[in-house]
Design a protein. Structure first.
Length: 195
């Protein structure tokens, strides 16, 4: 091998080394720039949802009142992890344990506190994920085959409840808004009589 060939080989290796270093530098730079974006995205997911518009709140209240007319009552609490296969002698489905902390609307045979075995005869994938919610519950017509009392829920009215006491609403235009749980209770109660 001639000196010229050796020299060209060394130049070629040097060029590959420089390209490798440049590639690593570019990757590090992209990572450094991308990390704040990633962190920002993560932080935004935990940020507070803006206050719901008056129209969004009015629409949600009307939905919940419609549910009350159908025999459902708004309660809030925690949906525990794990589902149970359940049947009432006619229908089978998945049930979950919902620990009721309080109510936004009273009545209908729904307890104001305590555990409620809640179900809807659909696939488990359609049930809400574990977490805190406002749900519309009603006492099921029949108990489970094993005698346990069942409660039905309205899957279209599952409202996430934050640790800050704010209820997350889905507005008609697809955006999210939030309202204090106690403010939602007041709106559901309607105007107080002055008589």
């Amino acid at each position: 091998m001639t000196d010229q060939h050796l020299h060209q080989g060394e130049e070629h290796q040097e060029r590959r080394r420089r390209l490798g270093i440049a590639g690593i530098a570019a990757l590090l730079l992209a990572t450094a720039v991308g990390a704040p974006v990633l962190l920002k995205g993560t932080a935004e997911q935990g940020e507070r949802v803006p206050a719901a518009s008056a129209e969004c709140l009015r629409s949600t209240v009307q939905n919940l009142r419609d549910g009350r007319q159908a025999g459902f009552h708004a309660v809030y609490g925690e949906l525990r992890e794990g589902s149970l296969d359940m049947e009432d002698g006619i229908t089978s489905g998945s049930a979950f344990r919902f620990d009721i902390d309080g109510t936004l609307m009273d009545g209908g045979g729904v307890p104001s506190t305590g555990p409620a075995l809640t179900w809807y005869p659909v696939a488990e994938a359609h049930l809400p994920r574990p977490g805190r919610y406002v749900l519309l519950l009603a006492r099921a017509e029949r108990p489970a085959k094993d005698g346990r009392r069942l409660f039905e829920f309205r899957p279209d009215d599952v409202l996430p409840l934050g640790t800050d006491g704010r209820v997350r609403l889905t507005c008609e235009n697809g955006t999210a808004g939030s309202v204090e749980r106690e403010h939602l209770r007041t709106e559901l109660a309607g105007p107080k009589s002055t008589a």
